[in-house]
Design a protein around this ligand. Structure first.
Ligand code: HEC
Length: 132
């Protein structure tokens, strides 16, 4: 089945989806380290956490008032409960900031806990604001 073309003048849906895909790509090696399937190297890990932090503020401007169109997976609550959506963004961004702080400590246990908090805040927002 072909997806409808993104005819929005600023292609906001295409842009935010691309950023969310980058969230996933950037989180993947972080998750491998936290799960013990990739060696923990403090310097390398800090760079990965900082990359996630740079991304963490980016998708939200693309949820414009006129940005709810197919094939979005956003729930209407993104627009009807804008304050709660904003809070979920802030919660996520502070969890990523905490991950950077944990990464600066160089303590694997702290890093693992912070990674759990980041993935939990991705999931919490999806549960309330994204269709499965
Ligand atoms: C504050 C809310 C929020 C947070 C936090 C959040 N997401 Fe999402 N995410 C969404 C919404 C809403 C969509 C649906 C976008 C659309 O289709 O309009 C989405 C879509 C996605 C998609 C699908 C992109 C596509 O191609 O359709 C992926 C993958 C994704 N998110 C990954 C993540 C990951 C990984 C994290 C955490 C590192 C995360 N998201 C954090 C709200 C959030």
């Amino acid at each position: 089945m072909e997806e409808p073309k993104d005819t929005h003048p600023d292609q906001v849906l295409t842009k935010r989806r691309a950023l969310f895909k980058q969230f996933t790509r950037t989180l993947e090696p972080i998750g491998l380290v936290a799960g013990g399937r990739r060696e923990y190297k403090a310097d390398e890990f800090l760079t990965m956490a900082q990359d996630l932090e740079k991304l963490s503020s980016k998708p939200w401007v693309y949820f414009t008032a006129d940005g709810n169109y197919p094939p979005t997976r956003s729930r209407p609550e993104v627009w009807s409960q804008a304050d709660a959506f904003k809070q979920a963004q802030q919660h996520y961004q502070s969890s990523v900031k905490a991950l950077v702080v944990a990464a600066q400590s160089g303590q694997l246990a702290a890093v693992q806990k912070a990674v759990d908090d980041v993935t939990a805040s991705c999931k919490a927002c999806h549960k309330d604001f994204r269709f499965e």
